[in-house]
Design a protein around this ligand. Structure first.
Ligand code: NAD
Ligand code: MG
Length: 398
């Protein structure tokens, strides 16, 4: 029996993880569940899963959860804040941590899981984008096991030989990685009309059902940009090795090209339970509840080149990774603030890349060897982008 902590249990990835675990009650036990403010959802999950710990990042929400559960479930310990998240990510009895908090809030608990030598199932790409080398060093130093949940990275991982980590991609004969992108909801949208799109349109992804932040990232293609950076760290490679291509069906989740001309791909229906089950069971396989892929029904797989004019966020991410240091944390922070401002109706969709680019010009990066430096630059960038949001207003992004 393996004990698991699920960070971000009330989100799309968290709930999909519980769906997979529920199919294998003999193998996994839920030790801790966490959420930000959604007391109703976490109360339900606690009643259903009876974890030893439940954490609300928000302290008022933690108090509410405590009041709701103290009589019926006195054995569940309720914790609050980042300290609570870090604590349940590092519990000695826990061997697997699902890192599925969205955004920079996931950095400290995810890093704590790595520093405690856990099997870390990484969905929270922002944590790795922010802390890159520092995070990977923690994984090595504390002998953590890092398994990608992002469907593209999970696909690449499945297409690589197990010895790639020690040897490096070139040594195992890899030429190129193709990261596939569905193209999001605005792949064919009139580019002139993009400034008119609403948050609900941006969140209506054609293939995946996801949280609102990653849905907007998919619409701007910043999600793919963050994924390029994520892939560079996970697979110890450079942006030049990674090519993004549009594949509207979202059946091939990524491909690895070898020097002998072989191109290996991982295919499945677009359902996050496949990578989640893969990482939970690795190196074994287990049932995930996912509909089998019917090749005859799919019949056709298409590929298109990506336009950096339509999707400037992708260019910004490539540039930030090439600059290195805290620049990727600055990119991530500016993006988080801009996306939230768009979701709140404060700025237009087309203002998102503009705000990020301005932030990157004004807030300069430095070496990212200390966590403190990364957190400081994250805050500097947030402050700068927030000021831009105020001065921008809704119409400036047109
Ligand atoms: P979501 O918005 O559905 O869920 C986010 C979870 O994080 C919730 O449980 C929420 O309570 C928690 N959370 C939010 N803010 C927090 C804070 N400040 N402190 C503590 N907890 C907080 O998001 P999601 O779609 O499940 O995505 C989660 C992560 O997984 C993201 O980093 C995303 O990029 C990544 N990811 C998601 C998908 C997908 O298909 N949904 C695919 C690949 C990667
Ligand atoms: Mg992805």
């Amino acid at each position: 029996m393996k004990n698991i902590t699920i960070l971000g249990a009330t989100g799309t990835i968290g709930l999909n993880t519980l769906d997979v675990i529920q199919r294998h009650p003999q193998q996994f036990q839920v030790t801790a569940l966490t959420a930000n403010t959604d007391v109703d959802r976490l109360t339900e999950l606690c009643q259903l899963w009876q974890p030893r710990y439940a954490v609300m990042a928000d302290s008022q929400a933690a108090e509410q959860l405590h009041n709701r559960l103290k009589h019926s479930h006195p054995h569940i310990q309720i914790l609050a804040g980042t300290e609570g998240l870090v604590q349940v990510a590092s519990l000695p009895e826990v061997s697997i941590v699902m890192a599925a908090i969205v955004g920079s809030a996931g950095l400290l608990p995810t890093l704590a899981a790595a520093q405690s030598g856990k099997r870390v199932l990484l969905a929270n790409k922002e944590a790795l984008v922010m802390s890159g080398q520092l995070f990977m060093d923690a994984v090595t130093q504390h002998q953590a096991e890092l398994l990608p949940i992002d469907s593209e990275h999970n696909a690449i991982f499945q297409c690589l030989p197990s010895c790639y980590e020690r040897a490096g991609l070139a040594t195992v004969g890899v030429n190129q990685i193709y990261l596939t992108a569905s193209g999001g909801p605005f792949r064919n949208h009139d580019i002139e009309q993009l400034h008119e799109v609403t948050p609900d349109q941006a969140c209506a992804h054609p293939k995946w059902k996801m949280g609102r932040k990653i849905s907007v990232d998919s619409a701007t293609m910043m999600n793919k940009g963050l994924e390029v950076i994520e892939a560079c760290w996970l697979f110890a490679t450079t942006p030049a090795t990674i090519q993004v291509i549009i594949h509207p069906q979202s059946i091939i989740h990524s491909l690895v090209e070898y020097v002998d001309g072989s191109l290996l791909a991982q295919l499945s229906n677009p359902d996050m339970r496949t990578p989640i089950a893969h990482a939970l069971a690795f190196p074994q396989r287990m049932e995930a509840g996912v509909k089998r892929l019917n090749l005859l029904e799919i019949a056709q797989l298409e590929f298109e080149a990506i336009s950096l004019t339509r999707f400037p966020c992708l260019r910004l991410a490539y540039d930030a990774m090439s600059q290195g240091g805290t620049t990727t944390a600055i990119l991530n922070a500016a993006n988080e603030v801009a996306v939230q401002a768009f979701l709140d109706g404060q700025i237009r969709f087309t203002a998102i890349p503009q705000l990020i680019e301005k932030t990157l010009t004004h807030v300069t990066g430095r070496a990212a060897t200390e966590l403190q430096t990364i957190l400081e630059d994250d805050q500097r960038a947030r402050g700068f982008t927030a000021e831009l949001v105020k001065s921008y207003g809704r119409d400036a992004g047109a």
